[in-house]
Design a protein around this ligand. Structure first.
Ligand SMILES: [Fe+2]
Length: 462
């Protein structure tokens, strides 16, 4: 029997919660970096044995979030905590947090978002979000005062124009979802039904000022696979892939046929009059023979041009460098970015689930800067934190797993040139297993979250 690759190397789980203060720093943490860096992913709360080890399913493991609080020119503390699902509470002999789940599994492990006075951990299985404290303790599960009927998708986004959190909320069990807008008080202000006509995997949605864009790809939910305990998605050769263009004004949905392929993450979208340009990381195949979506291939930058007036769509590959986990300046979310940042590596490294570098790509010039850490170091998603006015004036934050020393560190890079000397390196007290997504929560937002928790601990009574 071969051991799952998700129990080895950068993915090997850890089984202890740590709390450490005043972390060692090489270089200098900029004083302006006042906030919390988080990294979330699946990590079993107890070592898998027997059947659970032989059939280890990484995507089904318990939610685990690590955080580094940067403040006052230093790294004030580190904490790693499991999201208190029913299974985690049972193993840790703790009471379950209150609140609705709306799904059989209440494991939450995919993303963290701060909106208004809520710090939420998210998953796209259909389970509702878990509400966290600024020190990463689980308070409750929440449906935003009965506003959410489904779990949210993995990547809701804050519209910089309205300040609202926008998303396609859905559960893979249904053939429809909802376009949802949440205001800064955590109240759902819009909820429009969106019919998918099937059960596609909708992980990420791109937004322009007037439209939401998502793929109805051949990767589709298959209940018979779920019953076998595997990740329940498979490539459907019979399905005609489509790109969905949803009007944010009147919830009208138009479908445009596209070539077979799969998109996990979008990069950016722009619109001008009746023309929309979408850029995303596209894979030729995924979930074709295996339930491991990361096995055997990588994605590259592609572009889709949609002419709404003529009802036409075209698509083309823009670059052949394999990359994933694209991030950009948050103010460009609905207007389009020039620069994006991602993890990258050789096709062999990517196929082996071990990126070796982080990159900055200029969509205007096509130029790419790569910071290659080489073998022995595995970077995680590179997160952009703004500093000044220019779109690339800021820092890149990401973790590095050092395979030789079995340690992790937080890197702070200058986003204008990530290939230069590191601004700061923070040594963490434990290794952090490779997971999914990073987030940055500004210090002022943490104060808002903290105040709300002290005055309104139950989100249903707010
Ligand atoms: Fe994602």
């Amino acid at each position: 029997m071969s051991t799952s690759p998700y129990l080895l190397d950068a993915y090997a789980p850890i089984y202890t919660e740590h709390t450490e203060f005043e972390l060692p720093v090489t270089g200098s943490v900029p004083a302006e970096l006042d906030g919390l860096f988080t990294y979330i992913g699946p990590n079993p709360v107890v070592p898998p044995v027997g059947y659970r080890e032989r059939h280890y399913a990484w995507f089904r493991q318990d939610g685990h979030v690590a955080g580094v609080r940067l403040r006052g020119g230093g790294a004030e503390w580190f904490r790693n905590r499991w999201i208190r699902s029913r299974r985690v509470c049972r193993e840790m002999a703790e009471p379950r947090p209150p609140g609705p789940r709306h799904f059989l599994s209440d494991v939450v492990h995919t993303n963290v978002v701060c909106h208004g006075d809520l710090l939420l951990a998210l998953v796209e299985t259909g389970c509702l979000p878990a509400r966290l404290t600024p020190t990463l303790e689980t308070v409750e599960y929440t449906d935003l005062r009965h506003g959410l009927r489904h779990g949210v998708s993995a990547h809701p986004k804050i519209d910089p124009r309205t300040g609202r959190l926008v998303m396609i909320a859905h559960t893979p069990l249904l053939t429809w979802g909802e376009y949802v807008e949440v205001d800064g008080n955590g109240v759902v202000q819009r909820r429009d039904r969106v019919d998918f006509g099937g059960r596609p995997l909708v992980h990420d949605v791109a937004f322009t000022e007037n439209h939401a864009l998502f793929f109805d790809s051949p990767v589709r939910f298959r209940p018979s696979v779920a019953i076998r305990g595997q990740l329940p998605y498979r490539w459907d050769h019979e399905h005609q892939p489509r790109l969905g263009v949803l009007s944010r004004r009147n919830a009208t949905l138009r479908w445009f046929p596209i070539d077979p392929g799969f998109v996990l993450h979008t990069v950016t979208a722009t619109e001008r009059e009746e023309r929309i340009t979408l850029r995303a990381i596209r894979y030729e195949r995924m979930f074709d023979h295996s339930d491991d979506p990361l096995a055997g291939g990588g994605g590259c930058l592609w572009e889709w041009e949609i002419d709404l007036a003529a009802g036409r769509i075209s698509e083309r590959q823009l670059d052949d460098r394999m990359n994933e986990l694209p991030r950009s300046h948050p103010r460009t979310t609905t207007t389009g970015c020039r620069y994006y940042y991602a993890v990258t590596g050789s096709p062999e490294d990517i196929a082996d689930r071990q990126p070796t570098g982080v990159m900055k790509h200029d969509l205007t010039t096509g130029r790419t800067l790569v910071r290659d850490y080489g073998s022995g170091a595995v970077p995680t998603e590179a997160l952009f934190v703004p500093r000044g006015d220019a779109e690339d004036d800021g820092w890149l934050l990401h973790l590095i797993y050092d395979t030789d020393h079995d340690t992790s560190r937080l890197m702070v890079l200058d986003a204008t040139d990530p290939t230069g000397d590191a601004v700061a390196t923070v040594t963490l007290p434990c290794r952090i297993p490779s997971g999914f997504h990073s987030s940055w929560i500004d210090g002022r937002d943490l104060d808002t979250v903290d105040t709300a928790l002290r005055t309104r601990p139950n989100s249903r009574e707010r």
